[in-house]
Design a protein around this ligand. Structure first.
Ligand code: R1P
Ligand code: URA
Length: 290
């Protein structure tokens, strides 16, 4: 099948529409960060940077660390952006832009999110690190894809019952990390968790400023949910989309969270910049070790 110009959109220089990069600009190891300003905080640890490109919130640096080629790209905020980033990363890897057809030999990417997050359990301190073993998507993105086969319906059913989830909200979906990739980041510096991803930072994460919420107890219900000794640990805005789309596309993904807020304790990190730098250094060391 040949993709038409409205489906696989290429710019005049044959770069992919939003990310604005060419297939050869992409390494097999890809770090995603939400904040475009974080791209340089990651690539400062590259031994060499070969490429810097960008468009909108999607900034890319590609370079080398210990003879390993690596790309860092910013996604902006939210799973709507993750839909763009994951589909375009996969297109760069697995679609021939000349013939507009799927390549015969499949290329697998390792996708590592380094992002900030808020803990919903009192015992997870600010400035600690958490790798999402599971993610529950409250955002709905995965339902637009043929994806039931990678979801965990029993956990989803238990969650619906426990929270009395409003039918008007999209049905939560549960997805997991790329286990073999995650092995590389196992360390006593990073705890495993079950991350809830939602479509916003305020109401969808239970924050009340001037608006009343549909369910003021949502965070408490998320925190008290327990399935097979798994409890929901933290809230952020990309992980479920990354895990779901990576798995569907045949890539491996992990999400590494720097806990900057502890919601039940009402705390926010006093130096989130230092904590994030520690997580970036930890991640780079693990990548360089391979
Ligand atoms: C909200 O402040 C943003 O921070 C978190 C959330 O997922 C959301 O994108 O991640 P980043 O720090 O990677 O942006
Ligand atoms: N990012 C989020 O999405 N939520 C938080 O509480 C902190 C960072």
């Amino acid at each position: 099948m040949k993709f038409g110009s409205s489906e696989l959109i290429l710019n005049a220089d044959k770069s992919v529409y939003h990310l604005n990069i060419l297939p050869q600009d992409l390494a097999d190891t890809v770090i995603t960060v939400g904040d475009p300003d974080r791209v340089k905080l990651v690539s400062q640890y590259f031994d060499k940077i070969d490429l810097k490109k960008g468009k909108r919130e999607f900034l890319t640096h590609t370079g080398w660390i210990n003879n390993k080629r690596i790309t860092v790209i910013s996604t902006g905020v939210g799973t709507d952006n993750i839909d763009i980033v994951l589909n375009e990363l996969d297109a760069l890897a697995n679609i021939d832009f000349e013939t507009r057809t799927i390549k015969k030999v499949k290329r697998q990417l390792d996708i590592i999110r380094i992002g900030t997050s808020g803990a919903i359990q009192p015992d997870i301190p600010v400035d600690s690190f958490l790798m999402s073993e599971y993610a529950i998507g409250l955002d709905g993105l995965l339902h637009f894809y043929d994806s039931l086969h990678i979801q965990h319906p029993q956990i989803q059913q238990a969650f619906l019952k426990h929270t009395n989830w409003l039918k008007d909200k999209s049905t939560p979906y549960v997805v997991t990390y790329g286990k073999s990739l995650a092995q590389r980041f196992m360390s006593d510096k990073i705890q495993l968790g079950f991350t809830a991803t939602n479509v916003g930072f305020y109401g969808p994460q239970g924050r009340i400023l001037r608006l009343k919420l549909e369910d003021e107890n949502m965070n408490a219900k998320l925190a008290s949910f327990n399935y097979d000794d798994k409890r929901i640990t933290n809230l952020e805005m990309e992980t479920s989309g990354i895990y779901g789309l990576a798995k569907l596309l045949g890539h491996r993904a992990v999400s590494l969270n720097c806990i900057v807020a502890n919601r039940p304790n009402g705390k926010f990190s006093t130096r989130p910049d230092l904590a994030m730098d520690e997580l970036i250094k930890f991640t780079m060391t693990k990548i360089a070790e391979e």
